[in-house]
Design a protein around this ligand. Structure first.
Ligand SMILES: [Zn+2]
Length: 344
């Protein structure tokens, strides 16, 4: 053991005195000390001859020596490449132009989200946010989603393994629930955010996407207010010539409910694959807030009424920028991202 330690110390001094200044001497060093039959390897082989009670101490010293031998090699290599390479100080041409710094651009989802926030902001809607990991009450039960609703199916929802009550929110309606819990009317909010569904990833479906929901609760809020608000929104977003239609629909948290279509912005209403040749595309769901939902949060449904709506930000992006593959949004491909105007 003592002899081995002396040997290691001698090798350490040998390395300390070396200054390999060319590729050959550096390679000779590597073979001698770090090669498969090199000194470091041989010393490790000596481990079996060291008494058991000294193995730990010897192992520590040996590992330290190994690191020293390796880092010396790396240092010489870096120094050698800067000395022997082509770029010595005298070769530097200080008049060459620098590498361009490319400005980033906003992600299309952010662009559309910001525009939505801006449009509704002009109508007095403020932004509300909530957690992406939700509990069952805020994501489902409080929103009048009965136990047997398909949205609760394990197929659609990511549950958190550690806690049966926790899940990744499937919609931003959970934010509406949290706001109604702590705030009394008037409430006028929009809730943009990321949501999660257990879907197979394809051009048309993804396991996460973005929504914006809106909620307006006050005295005398009517369906006419809902229609006018949403009509204003699509005109601002898509242009004054946009046409809308409302179709009756069903959502557990609104009654009555309607889906809103606009005339297809891709084909102008003539018919194309995006609008399935109907000339219309659905862009959002909406309705008058179900009285039971208001009561769930202690809001007097005889005094107050409200409307709510929800839309997918990717869908608006698709119509605005003609992006037909949902996967593009999260692939971080700069060829895709740099097509969008620099940060506003
Ligand atoms: Zn179309």
């Amino acid at each position: 053991m003592e002899q081995l330690l002396q040997q290691i110390e001698a090798y350490r001094q040998e390395i300390g005195s070396l200054t390999p200044d060319n590729a050959e001497s550096l390679e000779a060093y590597r073979i001698k000390f770090l090669g498969t039959k090199g000194i470091v390897k041989n010393l490790f082989n000596e481990m079996k001859n060291v008494p058991t009670d000294k193995k730990k101490e010897f192992g520590l010293i040996l590992n330290e020596f190994k690191q020293f031998a390796e880092s010396s090699y790396e240092d010489w290599k870096i120094r050698g490449s800067s000395l022997n390479g082509q770029s010595t100080a005298s070769d530097l041409d200080l008049t060459l132009p620098g590498d361009p710094l490319r400005p980033g651009s906003r992600h299309p989802i952010s662009l559309v989200r910001n525009e939505i926030v801006h449009i509704f902001g002009r109508l007095g809607f403020s932004v509300a946010e909530g957690p992406e990991i939700e509990d069952d009450w805020h994501n489902f039960t409080a929103l009048n989603l009965p136990e047997d609703h398909p949205a609760r199916d394990m197929q659609d929802t990511f549950y958190i393994h550690q806690h049966p009550d926790w899940l990744l929110r499937t919609h931003t309606s959970s934010v509406q629930a949290r706001v109604m819990e702590r705030q009394k009317p008037p409430i006028r909010i929009i809730c943009p955010g990321r949501v999660y569904r257990n879907e197979t990833i394809s051009a048309r479906a993804h396991c996460f996407f973005h929504q914006t929901e809106g909620l307006y609760v006050d005295e005398n809020v009517s369906f006419a207010d809902l229609k006018q608000t949403l009509y204003f929104f699509v005109q601002e977003m898509f242009g004054k010539d946009v046409r809308v239609r409302f179709r009756p629909s069903y959502f557990p948290f609104t009654e009555p409910s309607a889906e809103m279509d606009i005339n297809c912005r891709i084909c102008g209403g003539v018919g194309c694959p995006v609008c399935k040749h109907t000339g219309w595309v659905e862009i959002l769901g909406s309705g008058m807030v179900h009285p039971k939902m208001l009561e769930n949060f202690g809001i007097d449904s005889n005094k107050y009424t409200g409307f709510a709506f929800g839309m997918g930000i990717e869908r608006i992006c698709q119509l605005k920028y003609r992006i037909n593959d949902l996967r593009l949004y999260s692939q971080n491909d700069t060829r895709f991202l740099k097509q969008f105007i620099p940060a506003l």
